[in-house]
Design a protein around this ligand. Structure first.
Ligand SMILES: Cc1cc2nc3c(=O)[nH]c(=O)nc-3n(C[C@H](O)[C@H](O)[C@H](O)COP(=O)(O)OP(=O)(O)OC[C@H]3O[C@@H](n4cnc5c(N)ncnc54)[C@H](O)[C@@H]3O)c2cc1C
Length: 509
């Protein structure tokens, strides 16, 4: 072995390794363990982290069909709103499994909130045309529910582990390499089945809502192992606060009360603001993106605004939001604030089939890191439904696969000990470029400037590596390479689209 390599042997061996402990990963771990598999659940953040368990997520709702007729309508609506991009088979699996998955969770002792009042019952999710059955996920009670289940089932959780590589031989998964961020050491985990549940890619933007861990690392590793990526350009964009607090979600329902002070003095009609209040993510389909363009024009410092038209009697949902806003940030309805455009949940990702398989033997994926079941626009409440449904399916099928394929406990891995000394500058550079050129203003010239600065960084990362004994520098370089690769995938898919539709708005094409 050359002196510039570190030899690793398994630190842990299990049947099913679940990577990511948001809603999708927690459901996958639970269902795999219920099948009798030895399961390990690891995550970069603490156990129960990601956008699912982030305090900045103002409640989490999931929708589902009322009955067979509604299920058909829901499938048709998903396909229509998805503008022909979603896969009908995956959509059918998603819709048909939502209610059984709610029941599975409730039987396991989880509390799903049901609508309480007629007003809550009549709630129409964004981009939808009708009232749907819905359930609320209460973060702390879900955390507690999973923690109790995992304790009872003796499921091993490994927090603060960052996935940096997958071991794949002959198109078959054998294990993963992770970095223990507390003990600063690399670990090899041998497992015949792995479930990726690492969330989306919005964290590659400086302006992002949700978790910082969403940087597409697993997307690139899955792709390298042979999986396909789909529909990445349909990352949702929506408004969030820039000041007095950054990276915080703005409720679309409150657009209708808004007054904006734009530099150009441009006034938006009440009719347009009412229309914009019906959906969170920005869409080229809905005819109201003028509102978003006016806000985007004010740049990274955001557009100054305040609530000017509040009715005496607020709808229940808005009262709830304003209370949350005051408690979390101190922002009240009489304050002035700045709004900007943010990257939100990813609609595309690692392509899976109805069994949550990526097509690579033993490699499954679930949740926001996956794609195929959503189109360009996604109905509100279907991201968490996707996490629960395909999390459960992925766990079950990974456990079944692991029963038939033994772990190779003689597995070994050589980690090259090279680094790029300026690797820590990569993420800020990626974020700055994506914020400038790949948010709402995705014109061809900007995307090309963005790509050329990524190519320069790529050349430096590859050409300027030096040997090192410092494992943190090695990991930092590896992560920079994976984040940059994902950013390149993102921008090149955006550049290939010749027309703007759904979440992907192109002003000059
Ligand atoms: C403000 C906000 C409001 C939302 N509201 C709704 C809503 O009402 N309804 C709805 O359906 N959806 C909503 N969403 C979207 C929804 O929250 C997410 O899509 C969903 O929670 C994603 O869950 P996940 O389990 O796939 O990923 P996450 O919850 O993001 O979990 C990812 C996990 O992977 C880990 N991880 C990431 N990378 C690595 C790595 N390299 N190595 C190891 N671990 C890693 C993280 O630490 C984390 O544990 C909202 C999102 C936001 C931001």
């Amino acid at each position: 072995m050359p002196s510039s390599c570190l030899q690793l042997v398994p630190s842990y061996i299990c049947d099913v390794l679940v990577i990511g402990s948001g809603l999708a990963g927690a459901c996958a771990a639970l269902s795999a363990r219920q099948q009798g598999a030895e399961v390990m659940l690891l995550s970069e953040g603490s156990t129960f982290s990601g956008s699912s368990f982030s305090g900045d997520t103002w409640g989490l709702g999931t929708i589902g069909p009322q009955d067979a007729a509604d299920a058909q309508d829901l499938e048709d609506t998903i396909l229509k709103v998805g503008s022909g991009v979603a896969d009908p088979t995956l959509v059918h699996t998603l819709v048909s499994q939502i209610r059984p998955t709610w029941e599975w969770l409730e039987q396991a002792g989880f509390h799903l909130c049901h609508p309480q009042s007629p007003e809550q019952q009549e709630y129409i999710p964004c981009f939808d045309h009708t009232v749907r059955e819905w359930r609320g996920i209460e973060r702390d009670s879900f955390k507690q529910g999973f923690a109790t289940q995992f304790d009872n089932l003796h499921l091993t959780c490994l927090p603060h582990r960052l996935l940096i590589d997958l071991i794949c031989e002959d198109h078959r998964i054998e294990g993963a390499i992770v970095f223990d961020t507390h003990r600063k050491r690399l670990e090899l985990i041998a497992a015949p089945a792995i479930v990726l549940a690492t969330g989306g890619v919005a964290g590659l933007y400086g302006h992002h809502l949700g978790s910082d861990t969403q940087r597409g690392i697993a997307h690139v590793l899955a792709h390298k192992a042979g999986a396909h990526l789909v529909n990445l350009e349909s990352i949702q964009l929506m408004e969030g606060f820039v000041a007095p607090k950054k990276n915080l979600v703005f409720s679309e329902k409150t657009f209708r009360y808004l007054s904006l002070d734009t530099e150009s003095g441009k006034q938006l009609s009440q009719e347009l603001l009412e229309q914009r209040s019906t959906h969170g993510p920005i869409s080229a389909r809905t005819g109201d993106s003028e509102v978003d363009k006016v806000i985007a024009k004010e740049g990274k410092h955001g557009c100054l605004g305040h609530y000017a038209n509040l009715p005496a009697q607020l709808p229940e949902l808005d009262t709830h939001y304003f209370q949350w806003l005051k408690e979390t940030t101190g922002i009240t309805t009489s304050d002035r604030f700045r709004l900007g455009i943010y990257a939100h949940a990813e609609n595309g990702g690692i392509l899976i089939d109805s069994y949550a398989s990526t097509g690579v033997d033993g490699l499954y994926a679930a949740g926001e890191c996956t794609g195929g079941m959503h189109g360009v626009d996604r109905l509100g409440g279907l991201s968490s439904a996707n996490c629960m449904v395909f999390g459960r399916i992925a766990g079950m099928n990974a456990a079944t696969w692991a029963q038939k394929h033994r772990t190779d406990n003689r597995l070994s891995y050589e980690s090259p000990m090279y680094c790029y000394p300026k690797a820590s500058t990569a993420l800020p550079l990626i974020q700055d470029n994506l914020d400038r050129y790949a948010l709402l203003n995705r014109n061809r010239e900007g995307l090309q400037i963005c790509m050329s600065s990524f190519t320069d960084l790529w050349d430096q990362l590859n050409a300027k590596q030096v040997t090192t004994d410092n494992i943190e520098e090695v990991v930092e370089t590896r992560i920079a390479y994976l984040e940059l690769t994902c950013a390149i995938f993102l921008v090149s898919t955006m550049d290939k689209r010749t027309s703007g539709f759904g979440a992907h708005i192109i002003p000059d094409r």
